[in-house]
Design a binder for this molecule. Structure first.
Ligand SMILES: [Zn+2]
Ligand SMILES: [Zn+2]
Length: 375
């Protein structure tokens, strides 16, 4: 294709006409960010452009960055190239990026899901010529149940634990999954406690005007009896922390699309696996791609090879792209270099950009049969 509007280079998805990148993985001058997960929003760029609702979390995760924000459907121009954000339904503040120049329209999906999670603005298909899509769960085996059924299962499990004197730990990513879990908990069962990093993330979201249901930050002084009747939302990396053993007995549930696979639940040593994902399932991906009415599809992460074959059979001009997306989500402060569980009482002060902690996806995440890290 002559002069494609967007192209993949060694730094990210580049728009030469507008001289900007979308979700770059190496430092650049101007980065348009689809959402604040760590594989899409990295540090070190000179200037950032994101949706308004990513502001607080980006600043919490990346420190003082030079950030400009925009709302959905609002046009921003760079060298005559029109850029706009559109709801991706993935997490609060997540956006697809539409880029238009000289009659050509390209859309970069970032991560997305097609079902309404009750906390983020639902996904809206955007018509385009070329759609650059994720395909994390692009295999027919991934078929999500209606989310309300999963939330009901979580509440039933929590209620039984509480009645039988077991504490309930539920793990999910601190940005996205944690808010979604909280939003749908039946608070008549007991109190909700948050791991420090999730409490910090909620404060960051609330600084952007988001309102979340009540929940208390877990501290060393938290009443242990209340904890035993309550539920503790924690990131996957906190599982197995020494403090957890002190509130024995407990039951531990894990929320992820990868819980579809039996091996993933076993590797996470979870008592319960809840199939709850912030990504589109197989049919969600197909519906989303069809709705763009695009001619050309480029797949960035997930089961790209088999999905490309499938799309070609259906008449699309489809390609795979090599990117560094897919190892979301936790900020580096959550994972010790040793792979040991993070301190469950991590506070804003004790976290931060501690250099002896690095993100080691394979230590905290289960995997599928391809060895791809779980989300
Ligand atoms: Zn994401
Ligand atoms: Zn991603």
């Amino acid at each position: 294709m002559a002069n494609p509007l967007l192209q993949f280079n060694d730094k990210g998805i580049y728009c030469a006409a507008g001289d900007f990148y979308i979700d770059p993985w190496k430092p650049v001058d101007f980065a348009v960010i689809t959402h604040a997960h760590s594989d899409h929003a990295r540090g070190g760029h000179k200037h950032y452009l994101s949706h308004h609702l990513s502001r607080g979390v980006l600043k919490y995760r990346l420190g003082e960055i030079q950030l400009e924000t925009a709302g959905y459907d609002e046009a921003i121009y760079r060298n005559g190239v029109r850029i706009s954000f559109h709801p991706a339904g993935h997490i609060i503040g997540s956006a697809q990026v539409r880029v238009e120049h000289k009659g050509a329209v390209w859309v970069v999906s970032g991560d997305y899901k097609t079902e309404d999670d009750g906390i983020s603005v639902p996904f809206e298909p955007v018509k385009c010529h070329t759609f650059i899509s994720e395909c994390t769960f692009g295999m027919p085996v991934y078929k999500w149940k209606p989310p309300q059924e999963v939330h009901d299962d979580i509440n039933i499990w929590w209620k039984r634990n509480s009645e039988e004197g077991r504490a309930t730990f539920i793990a999910g990513y601190s940005l996205g999954k944690a808010q979604r879990i909280l939003q749908h908990l039946d608070q008549s069962i007991g109190k909700v406690f948050l791991h420090g990093v999730i409490a910090n993330t909620h404060e960051a979201l609330e600084s952007d005007g988001i309102r979340l249901p009540p929940a208390s930050r877990l501290t060393p002084d938290t009443n242990r009896e209340e904890v035993r009747k309550g539920i503790i939302i924690c990131p996957p990396s906190a599982i197995g922390s020494p403090w957890m053993r002190k509130v024995q007995p407990f039951s531990f549930g894990y929320c992820s699309g990868w819980m579809t696979l039996r091996g993933a639940r076993r590797r996470m040593a979870a008592d319960r696996g809840f199939v709850l994902s912030d990504h589109a399932d197989w049919s969600g991906l197909i519906k989303a791609i069809d709705a763009t009415q695009c001619e050309c599809v480029c797949l960035t992460h997930g089961y790209t090879a088999s999905f490309v074959r499938y799309l070609r059979e259906r008449g699309y001009n489809a390609h795979e792209a090599h990117t560094y997306y897919g190892e979301e989500d936790e900020p580096a402060e959550l994972v010790h270099e040793t792979g040991q569980p993070a301190d469950i009482f991590l506070t804003a002060e004790s976290g931060g950009n501690n250099p002896d902690r690095v993100l080691k996806g394979e230590d905290i995440q289960a995997g599928d049969q391809t060895g791809r890290p779980a989300l």
